[in-house]
Design a protein around this ligand. Structure first.
Ligand code: SF4
Length: 378
């Protein structure tokens, strides 16, 4: 019998206090009436979904947007709707994203009571002037206050999100942010480079030459320095941008990178089942209409053949420090794997993949050129 893989569930809350200047996520400014109507639709979507093929749920991630703007009782209703329809594994990881300053100790305690067992705190950096430039609503004091509340509320598994290559941020600022984040003792740290996305105010500034950013080498130097600091503090790098204390890697992240099935609920949420990818509408009105009519909300985006599925497995799996097991790849894709063997050998010769027959994983040099290596498998 095939070993069951477990399913990951994502729930999208598309509201924020206001839009950050670099953000291209699906989020709109908070509006209580809109949020109330959206919650009703979201609960209906979860109840109406076809759960018959869903395996045991290993992780749930409530992201956004800023889910911490929602009352804990609403988060509880969402989790209850999932629990009624699916079986959750023992110790199922249930994460909610939170932004500093948007919730207090009482709300955090209430979130634990309704079943949230992991918090992901969007700090980004600890310099108030840079946070202001990003359009974030919090400062460093708010980060530290919310982090202390997370711990005081009893969360034993929690993450701080950090970004680097932000305008006005040099080596000293990156180091200060990492040191202050580590001092708060989260179990997990994310460390992403700023990407300037089209359609954002930052993009306009960048086009006009008003956004100071590091050179490619400068960007890599910030990344290497950050990585060294986190590793030295006992945070093991398990993915290009993610670091965790032993045993505390994020299960939801791992589900995506290991290409396990996932089910997304809410505006714009994506799902993947049996090599088919689906996506929910990004428009509130269309989303509402489909749900009101009892229709399937999601639309089929693509069904992958073996070749595409293999490419995607390589691209996602290479993000992980331990990479991809050759035996697992052959079990899943059979002779199709022969097609990529010369590509692997070439990257090994260039020193970008580790020289192993059992595992396909990036070397340290390969991590710096990760996109380039991944594209070869497209
Ligand atoms: S808080 Fe996050 S999702 Fe909301 S606008 Fe800022 S970056 Fe985007």
């Amino acid at each position: 019998m095939m070993k069951k893989q477990g399913t990951a569930i994502y729930v999208h809350i598309p509201f924020c206090v206001r839009k950050c200047r670099y953000c291209d996520f699906l989020s709109v400014p908070w509006d209580s009436a809109k949020a109330e109507a959206y919650t009703k639709d979201l609960l209906k979507e979860i109840r109406q979904a076809d759960w018959s093929r869903v395996d045991v749920v290993e992780s749930i991630f409530i992201g956004g947007g800023t889910p911490s703007l929602m009352p804990a009782s609403v988060i509880g209703e969402i989790l209850e709707a999932i629990r009624i329809n699916a079986s959750l594994s023992r110790g199922c990881e249930i994460t909610m994203e939170a932004n500093p300053g948007t919730l207090d100790l009482e709300q955090l305690k209430a979130l634990r009571r309704v079943g949230i067992n992991r918090i992901s705190l969007g700090a980004q950096c600890f310099q108030p002037e840079i946070l202001k430039r990003l359009g974030r609503i919090h400062d460093d004091i708010a980060i530290e206050k919310t982090a202390r509340d997370v711990v005081a509320a009893g969360f034993r598994n929690w993450n701080i999100d950090l970004m680097f290559d932000l305008p006005g941020q040099g080596m000293a600022e990156v180091e200060e942010s990492i040191r202050r984040a580590i001092a708060l003792e989260p179990t997990h740290l994310s460390f992403y480079s700023l990407i300037v996305e089209p359609g954002t105010p930052f993009y306009e500034e960048w086009e006009e030459g008003r956004l100071p950013m590091a050179t490619e080498e400068g960007n890599r130097a910030l990344y290497h320095h950050g990585r060294r600091l986190m590793e030295a503090a006992g945070y093991h790098q398990y993915e290009i941008s993610n670091f965790a204390k032993p045993g505390m890697a994020c299960r939801q992240n791992l589900a995506y990178w290991c290409r396990r099935p996932y089910l997304g609920f809410g505006l714009g949420a994506a799902s993947m089942e049996a090599d088919s990818r689906y996506v929910n509408p990004r428009d509130f009105q269309i989303y509402h209409e489909r749900i009101s009519r009892g229709m399937t909300v999601r639309e089929l985006e693509e069904t992958m053949g073996k070749r595409e599925a293999l490419s995607e497995t390589m691209i996602l799996g290479l993000r992980l420090s331990h990479g991809i097991s050759m035996a697992a790849l052959i079990r899943k894709f059979g002779v199709e794997v022969d097609r990529i063997r010369p590509l692997i050998a070439e990257q090994q010769r260039l020193g970008l993949l580790i020289p192993s027959e059992k595992r396909i994983a990036l070397t340290e040099a390969g991590m710096d050129l990760a996109n380039q290596v991944m594209m070869i498998f497209l």
